[in-house]
Design a protein around this ligand. Structure first.
Ligand SMILES: [Zn+2]
Length: 309
C-alpha cells in the first residue's frame, strides 16, 4: 500500500523543524570546529575593506586559529584586493579558489565550459599567492543541476589536482551582516549589541543542527567546517563568536586538519548537487530534511527573539 502523507503529518514535520531550531542543547562531547571565509573584499568598492580584512586576521591570530580564505576575483577586484588575500597566506592561512565570476552551477544558463573557465581564470591570478592550494569551493555551494554538469566539473577538478573545499555547517552570516550595516548606519549601539547575541545564537544553533544531522547520518560527530565570509559583522564579532563556541564545548582546529575528513572530498550523488556535505549525505540516504535550513524566515524569528526587526 502506498502511504500518502496526511496534512497533519506534514505540519507535524514542519513544526518539528522549527522546534529543533529553538531547542537548548546540552554539552555531550568536545566537538571540533574549523572556520572558512569566502569571497574576500574589494578596497575599490568598500572603503572599509582593508580594516575588515585586517580585523578578521587579527582575531584569528588572537585565538591562534589557522583558517582558509576562498577568494572570488569578482569579489576582490584587482591588485589591492589581491594584496589583502595575500595577507592571509602571509599570516599562515591557506588560500583556495572560489572562481573568477562567482557563478551558480545550478543555473541552467551556466554551461560547464564557462564554469571551468572561471575556475581556471581564478587559478591564474591566485596561484602566485603564498600558501595557495588547489582547493575549490563552489559559489553558493551549488555543484550542478544536471548529472552531466555535476560530473564534468568533478572530473575536471580531479584531473587538475583540485581538492573539494566543502562545508559541513552552512550559515547565514550574510543576513546578519546586512542587519549590521543597517544598525551601524543608524548608529544604534543597543541594537548592535543585541545583534551580536542574535548572530552568535544563530551560528551556535546552525552548528548544533548540522552536528546532530551528522550524528544521524554518519553515526559520529565529524571535524566541522563553518562557512563564513570576509565581511563587516565578522570583523566586528569574530572573537566573541570563537569564545562562545569554546564556552559551548567546541574545540578549535585548523581548516587543514578538518579537510582530512573524507566527507569533504566526497562527490555528491544528488541532483541538484551541493549544499553542506552533511546535508548532502543525509539527502542521499533519503532522510527527510528541513530545507532550506538557511532562509530568512528562521532568521526573522531569531531577530524577534532578540527584540530586533
Ligand atoms: Zn561566495
Amino acid at each position: 500500500m502506498i502511504k500518502h502523507k496526511t496534512k497533519s503529518e506534514k505540519s507535524l514535520k514542519n513544526s518539528l523543524c522549527i522546534a529543533s531550531l529553538f531547542t537548548l542543547y546540552t554539552i555531550t562531547q568536545a566537538k571540533e570546529l574549523a572556520l572558512s571565509f569566502d569571497d574576500g573584499v574589494n578596497p575599490q568598492q568598500n572603503p572599509k575593506a582593508v580594516q575588515i580584512n585586517q580585523q578578521i586576521l587579527d582575531q584569528l591570530a588572537e585565538h591562534q586559529i589557522k583558517s582558509i580564505v576562498f577568494p572570488s576575483l569578482v569579489k576582490i577586484g584587482d591588485y589591492q584586493g589581491k594584496q589583502l588575500i595575500a595577507n592571509w597566506g602571509k599570516a599562515g592561512h591557506l588560500i583556495g579558489n572560489h572562481s573568477a565570476l562567482h557563478q551558480n552551477l545550478n543555473k541552467s544558463n551556466i554551461t560547464t565550459q564557462q564554469y571551468i573557465q572561471s575556475i581556471q581564470d581564478a587559478d591564474l591570478v591566485l596561484n602566485t599567492l603564498p600558501r595557495y592550494k588547489r582547493i575549490y569551493r563552489y559559489p553558493f555551494l551549488k555543484e550542478g543541476n544536471t548529472v552531466e554538469k555535476r560530473d564534468a566539473v568533478y572530473q575536471w577538478l580531479k584531473n587538475n589536482q583540485y581538492a573539494l573545499g566543502g562545508v559541513s555547517i552552512d550559515a547565514s552570516d550574510w543576513f546578519y551582516n546586512r542587519k549590521y550595516l543597517q544598525y551601524t548606519k543608524q548608529a544604534d549601539t543597543e541594537k548592535l549589541q543585541r545583534l551580536k547575541q542574535a548572530y552568535i545564537w544563530h551560528l551556535l544553533n546552525r552548528a548544533e543542527y548540522y552536528d546532530q544531522l551528522a550524528v544521524q547520518t554518519l553515526q559520529r560527530s565529524p571535524k566541522h567546517v563553518l562557512l563564513l565570509h570576509v565581511n563587516q559583522i565578522n570583523a566586528a564579532f569574530l572573537s566573541d563568536v570563537v569564545t562562545a563556541f569554546k564556552q559551548q564545548g567546541w574545540t578549535s582546529i585548523s581548516t587543514k586538519q578538518a579537510f582530512d575528513e573524507p566527507i569533504y572530498t566526497q562527490q555528491s550523488r544528488n541532483i541538484p548537487a551541493g549544499e553542506s556535505v552533511i546535508w548532502s549525505l543525509a539527502k542521499t540516504q533519503g532522510k527527510e530534511l528541513c530545507y532550506p535550513a538557511e532562509d530568512a524566515p528562521y532568521e526573522l524569528e531569531n531577530l524577534k527573539q532578540h527584540q530586533l526587526d
